[in-house]
Design a protein around this ligand. Sequence first.
Ligand code: BT5
Length: 254
Amino acid sequence: MRTVGEMRARRLWKLSVFEHLSSTNEYLRHLAESGAPEGTVIIAREQTAGKGRFGRRWASPKGGAWFSVLLRPPIPVEQAGCIAIVMAVSLARALRERWSVPVGVKWPNDLYVRERKLGGILIELSSSPRKIEWLIAGIGINVNNILPQETSVPATSLSCELGRVIDLEEFFDVALHALARDYERFLTEGFEFAREEWSRLSVLPAHIIVESSAERFSADVLGLSPLGKLIVRIGETVRELASEEVTLCQRQPS
Ligand code: BT5
């Protein structure tokens, strides 16, 4: 028997599945702007122009999980950064529990298995000064697809890790159930549970190289702020980094 919480978690989503789309985020953005409700989910079996952060390309051949979810969270815009963390932690935990793969999270939005990138999350939003109109979380996870060769870090997939094909429908069931449950938990309880879990699941090294459009520097990681920013020390200065501003480069030798 399912608990009431589980039933509510399932009811949040309204799914549409497409064979091909350029990008599920782009498609959902049009729906969001014409008033589609929270919980609308767009899945594409294949994306022809999947995108990552800062206009980077996201390879999305058949066999992977490429989907976007529409949220209209009643939270201040400053808290939007928490949602990427809540989702990354939620997915990492769900995949660990169901498939026993040691999935970790890399701030701000990546899922890793050991040193390899399993997936990523792209958050896009529209807001008025105090309110989030819509927030789209675009999620790409390598499941059974062929992996791209020319990536900045090596990629992996669930099927590579397990040595067998995964049932993609079951994948979506597990992932969407976890996302609904943890999104609702975030709205009722706040961010703290995800922040705690983040520190257990984080695969960030202690020393990192940070790159933005204006600068590049090395820093020590101190932790995650209550708004989902990365707290780092650069020399004597402590700073908070926002995900929309920076990229973390490969590990710096310590
Ligand atoms: C991300 O960007 O990691 C966010 C990716 C979000 C993709 C989803 S799919 C559904 C939805 N619709 C979209 O159009 N997008 C979202 P970023 O941190 O910028 O990482 C991009 C980098 O990862 C690229 O520059 C490549 O080096 C690498 N990459 C590209 N495709 C990959 C893949 N399939 N697996 C692993 N790494 C990949």
